[in-house]
Design a protein around this ligand. Structure first.
Ligand code: AMP
Ligand code: GLY
Length: 423
């Protein structure tokens, strides 16, 4: 089968890597891809949000399956347009993608179907938002409704911060994403992600993963796209996992009731494990980044078989198998990230890192310069993943691999998966 992967981050390198290992792969393309996908697929300069361009390319290159990585093309309706052109697509229609694209849509969906989540109010004016803030008080969470590249959520400990967040949203700090604001109750507990393959109103759940969103050790500093992740998550007991699976199953059934076409693709459930049980913080309409970088290495099933079945609307006959090994992913970032940073720094040592047992390096923001040297091209540069029988070993290998890689300004957290050791 000829496959086209849309996107160019670490998630897409991990997806491309899993697809490249399939016994059924023919030609493999990544659009736009990155320095890592270049080694295992053909990178093509396509605009992933331009459905006509994706359809044209797919017809010209006999593409059998399009796998959509990021949320923006999904929210823009690329998956349904490509599907309507008769090409199999892994990824939901625009309506399904609203579960990520609009926080108020997502909350209404959760409420309507009795899915556990924080209490909230949707506000369409600054006055309405301020009045509600004063009614419920701090701590409180303020969320811009639309896509804001992970920056539209403010967890406010005090009233001043909450008011400032509301003012920023309505002043347009998050563009159109902030013209509607969701204000919700603050939940406490460890966070955990559960991703599931969805099709035909059914969910096939993947193992849990835990992201590290803050920039610095000890969960301090600004929020980022994710500085590291591990899977499985030892603090998730079998009972908790079963409850999360039940919630994902309920969500899948709800998509078949509510949507014109049942959701097909990945649904990402972001959970807070509260004392009253797991509650949904959010849905994403795609694989997580960097969660995918630990989930794909643990998946033993053939990726093309799994993705094609989902694209064909079935999850029942998927033979989903997982390795028992522990996976740890450490993100190597550019100096200054998540603020401004420089690009174009030469990267050395990836081969040495990958020579270590169980280590794979996924590229997140890399490219080649005019001299054909691999250089940094983003805030998150590389995802160093290690698989081992224990979290101690996996951490040790991942950090040993990180030391072998060098580029000017290399930044990383030193405490990724430390929590997993505590169980
Ligand atoms: P979201 O984009 O909705 O996942 O929010 C980003 C981050 O904000 C989450 O990963 C949580 O750490 C935090 N967050 C979101 N909603 C809440 C909430 N209701 N209570 C506490 N923290 C939250
Ligand atoms: N790792 C969080 C996300 O993909 O949204």
């Amino acid at each position: 089968m000829n496959v086209l992967v849309l996107g160019g981050g670490g998630r897409e390198h991990a997806l491309t890597w899993a697809i490249a290992k399939s016994s059924r792969i023919g030609k493999l393309y990544a659009a736009p891809g990155n320095g890592g996908t270049a080694g295992i697929a053909c990178n093509v300069p396509l605009d992933a949000e331009d459905a006509d361009a994706v359809i044209g390319f797919s017809r010209d290159h006999d593409i059998d399956l399009v796998v959509v990585g990021p949320e923006a093309p999904l929210v823009a309706g690329v998956a349904e347009k490509v599907r309507a052109a008769g090409i199999a697509v892994f990824g939901p229609d625009a309506q399904g993608a609203q579960l990520e694209g609009s926080k108020s849509f997502s909350k209404e969906f959760m409420m309507a179907h009795g899915l556990p989540t924080a209490r909230y109010k949707k506000c369409t004016s600054e006055q309405e938002a301020m009045d509600y803030l004063h009614e419920v008080g701090a701590p409180i969470v303020v969320k811009a409704d639309g896509l804001a590249a992970g920056k539209g959520v403010i967890v406010a400990d005090c009233m001043e911060d909450a008011e400032e967040a509301v003012r920023d949203c309505f002043a347009g700090d998050f563009g159109a994403a902030g013209s509607v604001v969701v204000i919700e109750e603050m939940l406490e507990g460890p966070e955990c992600s559960m991703l599931a393959f969805l099709a035909g109103g059914k969910a096939l759940c993947m193992p849990c993963a835990q992201d590290h969103k803050r920039a610095y050790d000890g969960d301090r500093g600004p929020n980022t796209g994710g500085m590291g992740v591990y899977s499985p998550v030892p603090c998730v007991t079998p009972e908790l996992e079963a409850r999360m699976q039940e919630i994902m199953q309920q969500a899948a059934a709800a998509t078949a009731q509510d949507f014109a076409v049942p959701y097909q693709g990945v649904l990402y459930g972001g959970f807070m494990l509260t004392p009253e049980g797991p509650k949904l913080l959010e849905f994403n309409a795609r694989f997580g980044d960097p969660e995918t970088q630990v989930i794909m290495p643990r998946m033993e099933s053939d990726a093309i078989e799994v993705f094609s079945a989902v694209a064909a609307g079935r999850v029942d006959d998927i033979d989903l198998r997982w390795s028992d090994q522990c996976a740890v992913c450490v993100v190597l970032a550019s100096e200054g990230y998540p603020g401004s940073y420089e690009k174009g720094k030469v990267i050395l040592g990836i081969e040495e890192a990958e020579a270590l047992e169980g280590v794979t390096v996924f590229h997140a923001g890399t490219t080649f310069n005019a001299d054909d040297e691999l250089v940094t091209n983003g805030g998150r540069v590389l995802n160093v993943v290690a698989l081992a029988d224990t979290f101690e070993q996996a951490r040790e290998r991942a950090y040993e691999a990180c030391e072998k890689i060098n580029f000017e300004g290399k930044q990383m957290r030193r405490d990724i998966a430390l929590r997993a050791l505590e169980g």
